[in-house]
Design a binder for this molecule. Structure first.
Ligand code: FES
Length: 217
């Protein structure tokens, strides 16, 4: 279940804490926020071993945003982190029908320039049914059938070391539905640890290296 914590009286925060994890390269070195290539899809898994997350350096500051889930729970997305406040993270599970990036194929990704049926540049576009999310605005839905923003993953940034940690989700989690829908596939692809929570570290990879076939629609 989600935590629904009052913040400043009028705004409510729909936030679920998980273990804080350090974001690292495949070699185990901490990721540096200023080393993330702008407008490039990175993927890590959080809060569970099998639940993918997009990590993006938008190349411009992402300001805080008021949003709500499909059940009309309001939450305040805090915006980007890092030296330029441009680094954001969102669950890569589409809020429409739970399409997500696997090692074989990805129908959903950030698009620097708009897709054929894209409404604008710089959106996360799901090619399954063309839901489009604006990562600069908390992954708010701009077009398509998705009924709520992508669930945000909250990041903290250490100014001294430039390292990044993921520590919570915020918004409409779809993990129960995800594990139910893909139970068989995940048991083959990820095995019995699929639903284990990630602890201590999460490996970040570029989507193009993680996934063999990133669909461009
Ligand atoms: S599953 Fe993504 S738009 Fe339908």
């Amino acid at each position: 279940m989600h935590g629904l914590l009052p913040t400043n009286g009028s705004t409510q925060l729909h936030r679920e804490p998980y273990a804080p994890v350090l974001l690292v390269t495949p070699l185990g070195d901490p990721i540096k926020a200023s080393g993330l290539k702008p407008q490039t899809n990175y993927v890590f898994h959080y809060p569970f071993e099998a639940t993918p997350v997009f990590l993006l350096n938008l190349g411009k500051p992402a300001l805080p945003q008021s949003l709500s889930t499909k059940s009309r729970d309001a939450y305040a997305w805090p915006g980007g982190v890092g030296p330029q406040k441009s680094v954001v993270a969102f669950s890569a599970i589409c809020a429409h029908q739970l399409v997500y990036p696997t090692r074989e194929v990805s129908f959903i990704s950030f698009r620097k320039t708009r897709a054929q049926r894209g409404v604008q540049d710089e959106l996360i576009h799901c090619c399954a049914d063309h839901s489009q999310y604006d990562p600069a605005r908390g992954a708010q839905v701009l077009s398509g059938p998705a009924s709520q923003p992508l669930c945000a993953v909250l990041l903290s940034h250490d100014r001294k070391t430039d390292q990044l940690m993921a520590y919570a989700t915020l918004g409409g989690e779809l993990f129960d539905d995800f594990f139910k829908k893909y139970e068989m596939k995940l048991s083959l692809d990820v095995g019995p640890k699929a639903r284990n929570t990630v602890t201590s570290q999460a490996v970040v990879m570029e989507l193009d290296k993680f996934c063999r076939n990133s669909i461009q629609c």
